[in-house]
Design a protein around this ligand. Sequence first.
Ligand code: PEP
Ligand code: MN
Length: 363
Amino acid sequence: MVKTNEITPLEEWNLDIDNKTPFVIAGPCSAETEEQTIATAKQLKKGGVNIFRAGIWKPRTRPNCFEGVGSKGLKWLDKVKEETGMLISTEVASVSHLEEVLKHNIDMIWIGARTTANPFAIQEIADALHGYDIPVFIKNPVNPDLELWIGAIERISQAGIKRIGAIHRGFSSYANTKYRNIPQWQIPIELKQTIKDLPILCDPSHITGDRKLIKEVSQEALDLNYDGLIIESHINPTKALSDSKQQITPNELFTLLNELVIRDIQSSDTNINTVLSELRLQIDSLDKNLLETLEQRIKITEDIGQYKKDNNITILQQDRWSSILNKAIARGHSMNLSEDFITKIFKAIHQESINKQTRIMNK
Ligand code: PEP
Ligand code: MN
C-alpha cells in the first residue's frame, strides 16, 4: 500500500512555475505539426497557462487513423519549452516511449487510461523509471476498477517516484450516455480516501468528449475539491486530427477558467459554519435512522429465510423481487429519486438479503 509520506503533496512539487489554483495543464490532444504545437503553446502561455500537454503517440481505438507524429514531436515540445518557458508533458505507454522522452526536456509524463488497465505495461514502465525523478500522472483505467488504479499508482510509487498525481478521465461504457466516459465520481473519492495526499486532476475533455460540456464537468471537479484540470486545447479544434469534438481554442479555455467558481474547503465565517453543522447534524441523524431501518429489514429477511428453510421453499422468488424493485422505482420517481439510484440501492439490499438467507439455508 502507498503510504502518505511516499507521495509528495502538490504544493511541494517545486515546479519552476507560478503555482496557481487550480493547477492547469492544457494543450492539444496531439502534436500534429511544429507550427500547430508552437502556436497553441504561445497562445496558452499568453493567457497564463504554464504547463503544456500534447500527445506524441496516440492510443487510437481503431487502426488506420492518425496515430501521433512519434518521436519527432518531442523536438517540438522542447522548442515550446525554450520559446515560452512552459513546462511540457506528454503521454508514455511503453518503455520505448519513456526512453525517447528521457532524451528530451520533458518535465512530466502521464500514463493513459488504456495503459493503466495493463499491469504488465505499468510494471515495465515503473522498472524503467527507477532512478529518475520526474512527476508522473496516472489516469484512471478505462474500466471502473479502483484496485487497478491503485495498483498502477503503487507500481510507480515503488519505483521511487514521489511526485505522483492521479487524473480522473471517466470510465468507458458500452451504453450510449451523455458523456464519452462516465465520471463515476465515487471512485476517485475512494481513491483519495485510500491515498490521502495524492494530488488529483480532472480531465473534463475525455470525460465529456464534447466541448459544450467541459465547463460543467470542470466546475463539478472543483466543487469536489480537485487540485486541478487537464484540458485539451487546439488553435483550430474543428481541424484537429484527434478528438476534435472535445477540443477548445485557447481563448475559449481562458473564458472557461475565468468563469469557474473556486470555493473554499472551509469557511472562516462562524455563521456559515453553524448553518452547515446544523445541516450535518440532520444528515447524521437521518443516516442513523437509515441504518436502523436496514437492520430491522435484515432481521425480518432472516426470519423469512428460516421460515423458507423450514418449509422447503427457494430463497429467490423472481416475481416477488421484480415487484419490490418496480414498486420502489415508482415511489422513488414521485420523490425525485432517480431510477438508477433506486435500482443500485435495492440491488445492494437484495444481494445482502440473499447472502443472509443463503447462510441460514446452509446452516
Ligand atoms: C489523452 O490524454 O490524449 C488520452 C489519450 O487520454 P486517455 O488515456 O484518457 O484516453
Ligand atoms: Mn485526446
